[in-house]
Design a protein around this ligand. Structure first.
Ligand code: 13P
Ligand code: SF4
Length: 372
């Protein structure tokens, strides 16, 4: 046998033994299995449980926490996430964490936000290619151009942006607090118009909630822009009793045809508190999988779109990230200080008593945004 081949075979055999589903692994992960057993096959579990067990041990050894976004697959979300939630919730957790290492189970802008808020901690992302179409849609130079065209207006950027873009910003927002941030910024600046970038659809949906005028940008989420009002009407016809919840990154005709709109945390809150018999979540696919684990009395109808960036994060690369301290996310200190001011202003806003919802009565007033 060729030497190299023998080495590969022996490595695999070693790996197979190290990642075996042993009685110790079974005991270690019993509580998680109990939660996931109606959603995961026993075969899948035998493959995932050893990794889950190793990741949870490594976290303890290294004083690390995993911040997992609602779009992570259930093995990550329920198996290894220490804090789970929407972009706003994860940013708040990063700010208050006293762990030495943060592993961001999410996309790159989320890891950068954690690093901006915790410059002294090591922030790791399991795959550096986990990007975002919204973050890629705008650069710091674009923001400087917008500011030059509209001097004196506050610049609000969605957290789905790079650190350089945040550094050009007065205050950040997420889908959970965009209306609140727009209204507070207009009041604080004493103006009737603000710049809200880069998500065109979030801006259009926010414009329907407020009398503040909005100037925006043509960025789009590649996951949510693919839903249409026609999809929602077809769903209504096929599932007449289902309650339809849509994310505010969706086009306006989707929001108009839906029953409720809110951030991923607001959708979870809706399902857990109202316990609808049948629900449709118009968003990324893992969202329904994760909520369904806890919402046992609700039936989920599942049209959804996958986010290819979120799906780059796996149990295997989370394990590799923790084991090898890879891949570290760094932000230039001068950029970071300016970006931190914008993120911190958002964090310092009083949290809404319940996650923000988009009032669909007001939403039916068609107020448009000015696109640059
Ligand atoms: P929220 O979790 O803040 O609603 O954001 C959704 C999203 O698309 C993040 O990438
Ligand atoms: Fe970006 Fe959309 Fe993916 Fe979220 S779901 S990371 S906004 S592309």
């Amino acid at each position: 046998m060729h030497d190299g081949f023998a080495e590969v075979v022996s490595d695999r055999a070693h790996d197979a033994a190290a990642f075996a589903f042993t009685p110790e692994v079974e005991a270690d992960t019993a509580a998680i299995w109990d939660k996931l057993k109606s959603k995961v096959t026993p075969l899948e579990w035998r493959l995932n449980a050893p990794l889950i067990s190793k990741i949870n041990r490594l976290k303890r050894q290294k004083n690390a926490v995993i911040l997992a976004h609602n779009y992570m697959t259930p093995d990550i979300f329920h198996g290894v996430g220490d804090f789970v939630g929407d972009s706003l919730g994860l940013a708040r957790e990063a700010a208050r964490s006293d762990a030495k290492i943060i592993v961001q189970a999410g996309v790159h802008f989320m890891a950068e936000t954690s690093k901006i808020l915790c410059p002294d901690k090591t922030v790791l992302i399991p795959d550096l290619q986990a990007g975002c179409s919204l973050a890629a849609s705008i650069t710091a130079a674009d923001v400087r151009l917008i500011k030059a065209r509209h001097p004196g207006l506050p610049v609000i950027t969605y957290v789905n942006t790079s650190a350089e873009v945040k550094a050009e910003t007065d205050i950040c927002c997420t889908s959970a607090n965009a209306v609140q941030v727009v209204e507070q910024a207009a009041k604080a600046w004493g103006v009737s118009k603000v710049i809200l970038i880069p998500d065109e659809f979030l801006a259009r949906n926010v414009a329907r909630q407020t009398d503040v005028g909005i100037i925006s940008w043509k960025g789009r989420c590649e996951v949510h822009e693919r839903f249409s009002g026609e999809d929602i009407r077809e769903l209504r016809a096929a599932y007449p009793g289902a309650e339809i919840l849509a994310h505010p990154e969706c086009p306006t005709d989707v929001i108009e045809a839906s029953d409720f709109t809110g951030s991923t945390a607001a959708m979870t809150d809706y399902v857990m508190s109202r316990k609808p018999k049948q629900v449709v979540l118009i968003t990324e696919c893992s969202m329904a999988d994760n909520v369904a684990v806890d919402a046992v009395d609700t039936e989920f109808v599942r049209p959804c779109n996958l986010c290819p960036h979120m799906k780059r994060i796996t149990l295997q690369n989370i394990y590799d990230a923790l084991l090898h301290d890879q891949f570290e996310v760094t932000v230039d200190p001068a950029i970071s200080a300016r970006a931190r001011a914008a993120v911190q202003r958002m964090i310092d806003l009083p949290p809404p008593a319940i996650p923000a919802r988009y009032d669909l009565v007001k939403a039916r007033h068609h107020v448009d945004v000015e696109l640059i």
